[in-house]
Design a protein around this ligand. Structure first.
Ligand code: SF4
Length: 318
């Protein structure tokens, strides 16, 4: 069997780096200070301890972009914009026409397009980027159309209002949350309301495979733990939403998750001060979604020009 091809390093231009640093310094949570651990660190630790080490120690600019990582960022940003816009629309909706029309579809397409246009690297991937743009725009629009259809059903059943919107759209998107006692932080993709409780939701463009599932649950459960500690909000359930497959993985959030998270936080801190980097746990699937595949000698990522188009279902999820 032939050894997997080693990925080539992508060189970033000075202006790319300047832009990235600006993004980092604009973040609402100061990142990578002292011993701060993030929800992403815990997810990385479960997937591959070496990636947790890279996350803590590698200079930011050594993480080279891949098409998959760029698409992941764009899809996340687009979904957040679409959710904000959908919530505002649902709150004033009187009829199904207020939820979906050619002009609303054009507005949504524009929101997605702006995220593609804004991304620093996307055009570097040529025709693959153009194919991915088309495929993901179609997918995101189909998801919004489904959301509008569900909204129309609810409108027919009861009058519009905040509770109706809570069944269709998150109450908040990209929510920074920080627990001072553990110096543990994260930015939760979506927060949904469930009566008096909240449900943290982690969005993923990776497939819902066994290899990814536990690590992604750890990341979502970390938000559950953070919201409980930082704001006293009650969390009984967390979710990982696999966007490209339309699959939702809901699981109970309980005390055993709290113990597990505390343990993982100490493991990340131990890795950071260890004299040597830990051994990696490479696999094509995990390395293919790793930010450090371009610099990691153990990487089994298929190619830096990885295409997430192949992961898309032939039809949008129903
Ligand atoms: S490229 Fe693979 S082996 Fe290397 S840090 Fe990332 S996940 Fe681990």
């Amino acid at each position: 069997m032939r050894a997997p091809a080693r990925p080539k390093r992508v060189e970033l231009t000075t202006s790319d780096r300047a832009h990235l640093w600006k993004e980092v310094s604009n973040a609402r949570i100061p990142w990578r200070t002292s011993g701060r651990v993030s929800a992403t660190d815990l997810r990385r630790l479960v997937q591959c301890p070496l990636s947790a080490w890279y996350g803590a120690t590698a200079p930011f600019e050594t993480a080279a972009p891949t098409l998959g990582l760029a698409i992941g960022e764009i899809v996340h940003a687009s979904r957040a914009d679409l959710s904000r816009s959908a919530r505002a629309r649902f709150l004033r909706a009187k009829s199904p026409e207020d939820l979906w029309s050619p002009s609303i579809e054009a507005l949504n397409r524009d929101l997605i397009g702006q995220n593609f246009d804004r991304h620093v690297f996307i055009n570097a991937f040529g025709t693959q980027a153009a194919e991915a743009r088309l495929a993901y725009t179609t997918l995101l629009l189909a998801m919004e159309r489904q959301r509008a259809a569900r909204g129309a059903d609810l409108l027919a059943a009861e009058s519009a209002g905040a509770n109706l919107a809570d069944q269709l759209v998150p109450i908040e998107v990209e929510v920074p949350v920080y627990d001072e006692n553990r110096d543990l932080a994260g930015i939760c993709d979506e927060v949904w309301r469930d009566g008096e409780n909240i449900i943290p939701v982690e969005l993923k463009t990776s497939p819902p495979s066994k290899e990814h599932q536990l690590a992604n649950r750890v990341q979502a459960a970390t938000y559950g733990s953070l919201f409980t500690a930082a704001s006293g909000q009650k969390v009984l359930q967390c979710r990982v939403h696999y966007l490209t497959e339309g699959v939702e993985d809901s699981f109970e959030f309980n005390r055993s998750w709290e113990r597990r998270i505390t343990h993982l936080v100490s493991e990340v801190r131990a890795i950071r001060v260890a004299p040597r980097p830990p051994k990696g746990r490479p696999s094509p699937s995990i390395c293919g979604y790793c930010s450090f595949q371009a610099v990691c000698p153990e990487s089994q990522a298929p190619s830096l020009m990885d295409s997430m188009v192949s992961l898309l279902p032939s039809e949008a999820p129903t």
